[in-house]
Design a binder for this molecule. Structure first.
Ligand code: SF4
Ligand code: SF4
Length: 393
């Protein structure tokens, strides 16, 4: 990161969104980075104040400013807790976009390869996955990364139904690394009577990580490709919380009526299942629900996860109001210390909720699942857990 105190940075923030914060501090207890550090600059209120100071030209975008912005996990728990409806996610995304050219050379190089060379090119991603799988077998990939056991073989293709009345979004990393979760989601959706289609060409990546990193133009281009891959008006079911939040925000990101209509078709997997009839066998195994931030705080769609699992499992909820687990897209790579400190709190909350050593964690987001798996927890997607309980005794 360059630290040029003479630098003037136009953050391009919406002035109305910027002044909406009244400084009440009600968001502070919900902010994972404030909870860990106790520092005002690591809180939503402190970050907004810093954005204002830079936007007004009262402060330079210096090391402390960039550090405070980079340390935000973009979990948006502050947004959900804010009585003044401050759109913190928009403010942070716009700040990241203004900040992107100022990142260090190595970070820009890593991001260029990841965001332009790999994520939007599914063949490159699946080929890279096989190389990674070989590296896993040679024990060259640290287990602390929490990667699932990857296969050196190409993943078995998913089969769509003819004349679909719903689609399943498949995406990039989840499709390459966790296609079996999609297979479980397809099976559960079909058990509800749905005919499930798959996206046509172009839906390689939703652009969520690009938005996180402030790569706005690339995210808009990816959104255009994704929208073209889902003809008609059938619901688009998403089994990844981060992807679902991104697709549901295309209306704002792209800013067209078509994009808004597309976003209105997006529905989270558990919400879709909860609205239909599904026969499951009762069971008593303990499942602790982890609410991914992009499901709870952004889509406000976390309750159906517990609802759909309740018949087949002894479902437990954490008592931390959905505090972030510290995964945050690429956050755990670029901010490892804070990410681990945040995760420690989440793991403790999960263990307390379980009340037993024998439990499984349900997580509807691949990034959270990997991050928590790396801490030694047994994490499954709600679709996998539901698939295990399909049918009647
Ligand atoms: S973001 Fe909202 S909750 Fe937080 S200090 Fe500002 S007005 Fe209060
Ligand atoms: S998005 Fe999350 S980490 Fe960032 S300021 Fe808000 S609560 Fe804190």
């Amino acid at each position: 990161m360059k630290f040029d105190l003479r630098l003037q940075l136009d953050l391009h923030l919406n002035p109305d969104e910027l002044v909406a914060c009244v400084g009440c501090g009600l968001c502070l207890p919900h902010c994972p980075t404030y909870r860990v550090t106790g520092e005002e600059i690591a809180s939503p209120r402190g970050r907004i104040a810093a954005m204002r100071a830079v936007a007004d030209g009262r402060a330079a975008p210096d090391a402390a400013f960039f550090g405070a912005m980079d340390a935000c996990i973009q979990c948006r728990a502050c947004e959900a807790a804010c009585p003044s409806n401050v759109q913190f996610g928009h403010l942070m995304e716009d700040t990241r976009a203004a900040q992107a050219p100022e990142r260090s050379r190595w970070q820009r190089a890593v991001e260029f390869v990841a965001y332009r060379g790999v994520l939007p090119r599914h063949r490159v991603l699946t080929s890279g996955t096989r190389v990674l799988a070989v590296a896993q077998r040679l024990r060259l990939v640290p287990t602390r990364f929490g990667l699932p056991q990857l296969s050196v073989r190409p993943p078995t293709p998913l089969a769509p139904d003819p004349d679909p009345d719903a689609y399943l979004f498949t995406g990039c990393v989840m499709d390459a690394w966790q296609r079996d979760v999609h297979r479980s989601a397809l099976r559960v959706m079909r058990a509800t009577g749905a005919r499930v289609g798959l996206p046509g060409a172009g839906a390689d990546c939703c652009g969520a990580l690009h938005v996180h990193a402030g790569r706005h133009d690339e995210a808009v281009a990816l959104a255009g490709r994704v929208m073209g891959a889902f003809p008609g008006d059938a619901p688009i079911v998403v089994d990844s919380a981060g992807c679902g939040a991104a697709l549901a925000d295309y209306g704002r990101l792209v800013g067209t009526a078509d994009a808004a209509a597309f976003s209105a078709r997006v529905v989270d997997f558990s919400t879709f299942v909860a609205g239909r009839s599904l026969a499951t066998r009762p069971g008593s195994a303990t499942v602790v629900v982890q609410d991914p931030c992009h499901l709870r705080h952004v889509q406000r769609a976390h309750l159906p996860v517990a609802a759909v699992l309740a018949n087949g499992y002894d479902v437990k909820l954490t008592a931390d109001d959905g505090l972030c687990c510290g995964a945050g897209g690429a956050y755990s790579v670029f901010e490892p210390e804070l990410s681990l400190a945040v995760r420690d709190r989440k793991v403790a909350a999960i263990r307390t909720a379980a009340g037993t050593d024998s439990f499984v964690v349900a997580s509807a987001n691949p990034g959270c699942a990997m991050h928590l798996s790396a801490a030694g927890l047994d994490v499954r997607h709600p679709a996998e857990l539901l698939e295990q309980r399909l049918g009647t005794d």
